[in-house]
Design a protein around this ligand. Structure first.
Ligand code: HXC
Length: 538
């Protein structure tokens, strides 16, 4: 609320009657004309956007950047000052977020529906080139009717140029897309190629083919909202990463994400001043009571994360999607980390096609931007069923392995309760590449649960026992299960083969993580030579 909403703040030349705070200074005529043109354009934008419950592109920039830091590039590019045409349907420039430079392009729906023409493509590509040279993140604010129909294929090709630049920037500078209006047709792939897509509950749409085309082609009647609204893309398709209550909330999330990330892959994430206090001690004592010893009893792993993170702060990514896994940002002793966790209160925390992709993409993003990965494991295995197999759990589950297996950032894993089979190995085990692994007491670590194991390895004995009656067989089974549980379903073997470095008291978890990450801070990346790039399962 303290940030300035003065629209004239952003225009480097005097813009409007208040630009000099009431001081009268002689202005050259062309300066005045440009300022007037800019002011008229903003008045027009307000008239067009506000009745729809939308902010103007410039008002959005005011919310995105630290007060008074926006520097515009090419204000009148694509316009005609003599004829009173103020310029292209996109605003480009740089500003500061938490004191660090960020590039932005913001489509302006009040100018020809924010559509993409040659002038817009040129402005955006120029901005992206500058951002890559300066090594700063790129934020795109999308509000557009798509390719400018009047410019035909010349407009379409602009998307191709932007796609290619976005691919080049991917993993080098963070890229965030805010969808604050329509984004339709092939234009959706501009945000789709970026790291984060942020939508809002209303006025935010993404679809490759809109409701009219859908109806004409298939007969299906569906609203814009149900086809590609913010809620759908956050909870059903997994296209989006955050659902903003409104525009300010969405923009605030973009600022928050940027706070955890370095400006480019050449830098480490920012470090924040932190001094631990009484609250951490209280949280540490609480952490052991959250996880029930009974392995069938669910709990919310987010409560555990709150007890581990600085100030209890945890910023989830894709919170509404594939909820059997939880991913997000936190700080540990002032250092940003990515946290990945199984969520036992949703499908017992099992891995499925969607949660696999959620985890994989987040780990890839962390590795690209030098964020250490902390993994909290409580996983019974993969979700069984033909729906999962046919949806490609083999191909899509492989992405988790590819992400952890290729990651070179510090990785520390804690097994909170159970870790079974393949799911144990892929969730940041040492074998797959994590640096340090810990387990809480009573952890169950095994190839599979005792029931399943006994049925397989003691099949013959059980069959023989059944000849003496069902009761005898059940008695034997119970004994074998108890034996197996006591001897095998624990962390002993994992410790003996060096896969678990230590068993830790839950109350120590936060300190152990902080110390482990401090130890690993100087871990060096090894750039493998000899190959063009990996062939990631997709
Ligand atoms: C030129 C456009 C435009 C476009 C909107 N306008 N889209 N001008 N090219 N693509 C103009 C309108 O003519 C109008 O001008 C002003 O912007 C506001 O538009 P409205 O329709 O009044 O706004 P609204 O009612 O809010 O509807 C928004 C909309 C609709 C649903 C997005 O404008 C629409 O359907 N636009 C066309 C969408 C489209 O088919 N685009 C091409 C898609 S192909 P005036 O002067 O009247 O104010 C594409 C592919 C990209 O984008 C390929 C990448 C590979």
């Amino acid at each position: 609320g303290e940030r300035s909403r003065r629209t004239d703040m952003r225009i480097p030349t005097p813009a409007g009657p208040n630009a000099y705070g009431g001081q009268r200074q002689p202005m050259r005529e062309d300066l005045a004309r440009a300022a007037q043109l800019a002011q008229a354009a903003e008045d027009h934008a307000r008239e067009r956007q506000h009745p729809k419950g939308k902010l103007t592109a410039r008002e959005r920039l005011d919310l995105l950047f630290d007060s008074g830091t926006f520097q515009e590039i090419g204000r009148f590019a694509g316009g005609n000052i003599n004829k009173g045409v103020p310029g292209a349907a996109v605003i480009t420039g740089f500003g500061e977020v938490w004191g660090r430079k960020v590039a932005v392009y913001a489509q302006d729906f009040s100018v020809q529906g924010g559509s993409m023409g040659v002038a817009e493509g040129n402005k955006i590509c120029h901005l992206m080139d500058m951002a890559l040279e300066m090594k700063v993140p790129i934020v795109a604010i999308v509000d557009s009717g798509g390719a400018r129909i009047q410019e035909g294929v010349a407009a379409l090709t602009q998307y191709g140029r932007i796609f290619r630049k976005t691919c080049q920037a991917s993993g080098f500078v963070p890229q965030i897309s805010l969808i604050l209006g329509p984004c339709a047709g092939g234009a959706v792939y501009c945000p789709a190629l970026t790291d984060f897509i942020i939508m809002t509950k209303e006025n935010s749409y993404m679809f490759v083919t809109g409701p009219d085309v859908v109806k004409a082609a298939t007969g299906e009647k569906i609203s814009m909202e149900d086809l590609g609204g913010g809620t759908v893309h956050n909870s059903v398709s997994g296209v989006a990463h955050y659902l903003g209550e409104d525009e300010p909330d969405a923009i605030d999330y973009a600022r928050t994400v940027l706070a955890y990330l370095p400006s480019s892959s050449d830098e480490q994430p920012p470090v924040y001043a932190y001094s631990s206090g009484h609250a951490e001690d209280v949280a540490a004592r609480r952490i052991g009571t959250i996880v029930p010893v009974n392995d069938r009893q669910p709990y919310d792993v987010v409560d555990v994360i709150h007890c581990i993170a600085d100030y209890g702060e945890f910023v989830q990514v894709q919170e509404l999607y594939a909820q059997s896994a939880v991913v997000g940002f936190a700080c540990l002793a002032g250092h940003p980390v990515g946290i990945v966790a199984n969520q036992p209160c949703v499908n017992a925390g099992s891995l499925d096609v969607n949660s696999s992709e959620k985890v994989a993409r987040f780990v890839r993003m962390c590795d690209a931007f030098n964020l250490p990965v902390v993994t909290l494991v409580d996983v019974p295995g993969y979700k069984p069923g033909s729906d999962q197999e046919h949806a490609g759990i083999i191909r899509r589950g492989a992405k988790v392995i590819y992400a952890y297996g290729n990651a070179q950032v510090p990785m520390v894993t804690v097994i909170l309760r159970k870790a079974f089979g393949g799911a144990y190995i892929v969730m940041g085990s040492k074998a797959i590449g994590a640096d340090l692994n810990y387990a809480w007491p009573h952890s169950q670590i095994a190839v599979l649960g005792a029931q399943g194991a006994v049925n397989i390895i003691h099949r013959k004995e059980l069959r023989r026992a059944r000849e003496d009656g069902e009761e005898a067989a059940e008695k034997l089974r119970a004994k074998l299960v108890a034996d197996y549980e006591a001897t095998t379903v624990n962390a002993n073997l994992s410790q003996e083969i060096g896969q678990i470095d230590a068993m830790i008291d839950p109350e120590q978890t936060r300190d152990v993580l902080i110390n482990s990450l401090a130890t690993l801070r100087t871990k060096k990346r090894q750039r493998l030579t000899g190959k063009n790039h990996g062939n990631q399962p997709m």
